[in-house]
Design a protein around this ligand. Structure first.
Ligand code: ADP
Ligand code: MG
Ligand code: MG
Length: 880
């Protein structure tokens, strides 16, 4: 039978799969000799089995009982023991942190008898014991029994009657316990379970079940966390921050998660229990003040934070509690941070000698880099500033203020940019946070729900803007100076500075983009960090990075961003605009002479197009794809033209009639699978030849030009042979050397790659079409119609158009790469779909042995970084 339960002394930080992050790190801290309240962890394996079978797996209860007995022995008291109770918390904890998404119940083991035992244990502190008891019923009722938490909150508010919770006395809490028990009875038809073992058992199952709660499911989808991991459950003996002013609870970071700078960053709350800090029942104090309140505890905490940083070699966040002057560590993990801080911290740690540059590159990722390339607000907007909150998650967001999650979702669905404004957010706001451009709260610090979740999502967030009075009911907020912002009014928030502006503030480019553009100013610490990391990523990567660009301007930008060539130069737009007429003439040509005339007119224009691009790329390879899309795209709309002709009747224009006939002839039910790509080249004599001649002439005109001619939509080697032979002849006539290769974007091409490689000098995987044709999805249709359903059902975790489908499309890529190279060992392999700039897909391309990825100019830095990371991380390791 598998082992389902691990004592904190048995685990370690590398067992996150099995023990969850919280459990693994509690074990790690225990083994480091840090003060962790004893306890044990029930594995994610037990959770998965429970969720599959709908009952606790065989043997689990016995194992829990044995570990509980050991814990009771160690603590010298039994769970819920009437005269001297052991109390425990039952805490969720999955492999990847999902802040506030799942459940935790504190103070398990209290009932009408043991509450008196707790009074005794606490030296007669009645207030503390009854406070703990009411908290148990409240948390248990809400999370285990599914009772609406508002009911408990309202009863508490009524009791407080405007008073601070510190003003409540033992008798108040005792009364509240009775009220709460009444709520439980009313809502469930049963008494609150007095049996401590039953409490624990029910709480364990509730934590397991919370894995599949809607908000947890939504969060996982957003964060791309697999749905089948399950959560572990931690049973941890209680320590109490709510037994007086010499006690308290807090959260902290070992360095600033916004800037990366070292220092003391945290919040502390006296006489309170865990959840109170995040929930914001009272205003927390900055952690520095603990030094004044209890110097020894503060000093010990600082030392522990240093120990943790050195041990994890990274920024950590922690939860701790002080029980009457004794410090307890309740949680740690490698902390979330802003994108900018990620780069700065990685480099700081290198300078501190804690990690090397290889590791620094793996500590950041392309998504973070992409975030840093967002524009920022112009600095001269100060007059529009209405207040300042905390800079919780960077970026510049502009949108209409909305005051509820539902409204945010609604307006965003209509294409509106919105800013979600809340007093504070809670897990039910998740959908609204996803829909919004940014989040603004008036309460809560950098560790509040809004801040943590927004940072995780890379969403702009300003929190704790305390000068704002937010009224959800009236859908408006007021700011100093009598300013009122109602739903629909535009505001701008700056997550990097915390500023909130009225109206739309203009934005300026990011310094990181300016650095990529070639600005040499290295005063900015962030720019310096990015520079060091990118330099090392470039030195480490095997994959080359090219750009998709089809004009000189994009080509030039791509080069500045570090492109080592053009992987895809599309030629179809070169046929639009005022050249449309020439194409129409070509299509309508009824004789060879007419057709040749149209082609002859196009050729010099094409030559000029290619010349510019070769010049911009100065000797770097340029892969030019011969014309791809269906011809009807160049002709007038069928319906419009038929109406025009019909209305004209007998007077219809002769030309219109001819065009209409052509449009009719070329009309396709399914253009994506119709006359396009190589098929078009074979059907219209001279079209491809004209393009190849233009390429050859342009290459001749530009010193050092390196042309690669790419044939689209090939499915059979015979198609390619026809075009290649003609291209070779033209190139030879012009005395120009160029590679001739093909796109691999039709499944048949991938499956017969061994044959196709006989005629192709390179393959470039066109993964947009390849995905479309492998799945049988019409991209333009399916994304709107049923992809959200598929994501919901878990058919895939992310759209296969966004991130390469490794199992299906990826398999075709691997087959083609392998069989192509068997035929032609020096076959050059690249990818030129949108996937070329997607981090996950870049890693796939590295592992599949491709030579390069090609992506849009703005994604080039991302691809360079990810290619470096792919070379530096070991196969199968987590890159999250
Ligand atoms: P989350 O993952 O939402 O942070 P936790 O399991 O960490 O949930 O618990 C919620 C709060 O309760 C935290 O502030 C934590 O520090 C506190 N807490 C958990 N277990 C104990 C315990 N045994 N004694 C005191 N406080 C606890
Ligand atoms: Mg926690
Ligand atoms: Mg294609």
């Amino acid at each position: 039978m598998p082992k389902y339960v691990y004592d904190f002394t048995e685990g370690n930080k590398d067992l996150k799969d099995l023990l969850g992050g919280k459990g693994a790190n509690l074990a790690e801290m225990t083994n480091l000799g840090l003060p962790v309240p004893p306890g044990f962890t029930i594995t994610t394996d037990a959770c998965r089995r429970f969720l599959e079978d709908g009952r606790l797996p065989d043997g689990l209860e016995e194992e829990i009982a044995a570990h509980l007995a050991a814990l009771e022995g160690q603590m010298g008291r039994r769970l819920g023991q009437a005269d001297d109770p052991l109390l425990v918390s039952v805490r969720s904890g999955a492999k990847f942190s999902m802040p506030g998404m799942m459940e935790t119940v504190l103070n398990i083991g209290l009932n009408d008898e043991s509450v008196h035992g707790l009074v005794k244990q606490a030296g007669g502190n009645e207030r503390f014991a009854w406070d703990s008891y009411r908290r148990l019923i409240q948390m248990f009722g809400k999370t285990v029994q599914g009772i609406d938490g508002e009911l408990f909150d309202e009863a508490l508010e009524e009791l407080k009657n405007g008073r601070d919770d510190l003003k409540l006395e033992a008798a108040d809490f005792q009364r509240l316990v009775e009220t709460y028990k009444g709520i439980v009875r009313e809502q469930t038809g049963q008494d609150f379970p007095a049996d401590p073992h039953q409490q624990m058992r029910m709480a364990v199952m509730a934590v397991f079940e919370s894995w599949n709660a809607p908000r947890a499911t939504l969060y996982r989808r957003q964060e791309r966390i697999p749905a089948d991991l399950g959560t572990a459950v931690n049973v941890c003996s209680m320590v109490f921050g709510n037994c007086g002013m010499d006690s308290g609870t807090g959260v902290a970071f070992t360095r600033d998660p916004g800037s990366g700078h070292q220092g003391v960053y945290g919040d502390y709350l006296q006489n309170a229990q865990g959840e109170d800090v995040v929930a914001g029942i009272r205003n927390t104090m900055p952690l520095q003040e603990l030094e004044r309140i209890d110097k020894p505890v503060y000093d010990e905490l600082m030392k522990i934070m240093e120990t943790l940083e050195n041990h994890y070699r990274d920024l950590c966040d922690i939860e701790f509690t002080v029980e009457r002057g004794k410090l307890w560590m309740l949680q740690t993990r490698v902390g979330k941070r802003t994108a900018g801080a990620a780069f700065r911290i990685a480099v700081q740690l290198v300078d501190q000698g804690l990690i090397d540059l290889d590791e620094a590159v793996t500590r950041v990722n392309g998504a973070q880099l992409a975030q840093l390339m967002f524009p920022r607000f112009a600095g001269d907007a100060e007059s529009a500033r209405i207040t300042k909150g905390m800079n919780a998650s960077p970026g510049a967001a502009v949108g209409k203020a909305v005051f509820s999650s539902e409204r945010a979702v609604e307006l965003a669905a209509q294409g509106e940019a919105v800013i979600l404004v809340r007093r504070e957010t809670n897990p039910d706001d998740l959908a609204g946070m996803i829909a919004a451009r940014g989040v603004l709260t008036s309460r809560g610090g950098k560790t509040s729900h809004a801040a943590v979740v927004a940072r995780g999502m890379g969403k702009t967030c300003v929190c704790g803007a305390e000068e704002l009075e937010v009224s959800t009911k009236e859908r408006r907020f007021t700011a100093p100076g009598g300013i009122v912002v109602s739903e629909g009014d535009v505001i701008s928030i700056d997550g990097s500075s915390g500023a909130v502006y009225l109206g739309e503030v203009p934005v300026v480019p990011s310094p990181v983009v300016e650095y990529f553009e070639g600005a040499t100013d290295q005063d900015d610490e962030l720019v310096r960090a990015v520079d060091r990391i990118m330099t090392h990523a470039d030195a480490s990567r095997r994959l080359r990075v090219r750009a998709n660009a089809d004009n000189a301007e994009d080509a030039a930008r791509a080069r500045r961003f570090g492109a080592e060539g053009i992987g895809l130069c599309r030629t179809e737009h070169m046929f639009l605009g005022d050249r449309r007429q020439l194409v129409e003439d070509l299509v309508l040509a009824t004789s060879d002479a007419e057709r040749e005339q149209a082609l002859a007119a196009l050729e010099p224009l094409q030559k000029a197009d290619f010349t510019e691009i070769f010049q911009a790329m100065a000797g770097l390879p340029v892969t030019i794809r011969l014309i791809d899309p269906p011809l009807h795209e160049f002709l007038p709309d069928y319906t419009e033209l038929s109406v025009k002709v019909a209305l004209a009747g007998d007077d219809a224009d002769d030309k219109d009639l001819r065009v209409l006939a052509a449009v009719k002839r070329l009309h396709e039910q399914n253009p994506m699978l119709g006359l396009r790509g190589v098929r078009l080249g074979l059907v219209i004599p001279g079209l491809f030849a004209m393009q190849v001649r233009a390429i050859a002439e342009a290459a001749k005109a530009v010193e050092g030009a390196r042309a690669e001619i790419m044939i689209p939509l090939v499915g059979a080697v015979q198609e390619l042979e026809h075009v290649r032979d003609e291209a070779r002849r033209i190139l030879a006539e012009a005395g120009v050397e160029a590679l001739v290769g093909t796109m691999i974007e039709v499944p048949r091409a991938a499956l017969t790659a061994g044959q196709i490689a006989e005629a192709a000098e390179f393959f470039s995987f066109g993964t947009n079409d390849l995905t479309q044709m492998t799945w049988g999805f019409s991209r333009d249709d399916v994304e709107a119609s049923f992809f959200s359903k598929y994501l919901e059902l878990g058919v895939f975790g992310v759209s296969p158009f966004e991130s390469l489908d490794r199992d299906g499309v990826g398999r075709l890529v691997r087959i083609a790469a392998e069989e192509g190279r068997r035929t032609r060992p020096d076959l050059k392999l690249g990818i030129c779909g949108e996937h070329g700039g997607d981090p996950d897909s870049v890693h796939f391309c590295h592992r599949a042995g491709l030579d390069y990825v090609s992506c849009s100019p703005f994604r080039i830095p991302v691809a360079r970084l990810e290619a470096g990371r792919a070379a530096l991380v070991s196969e199968g390791s987590d890159t999250r």
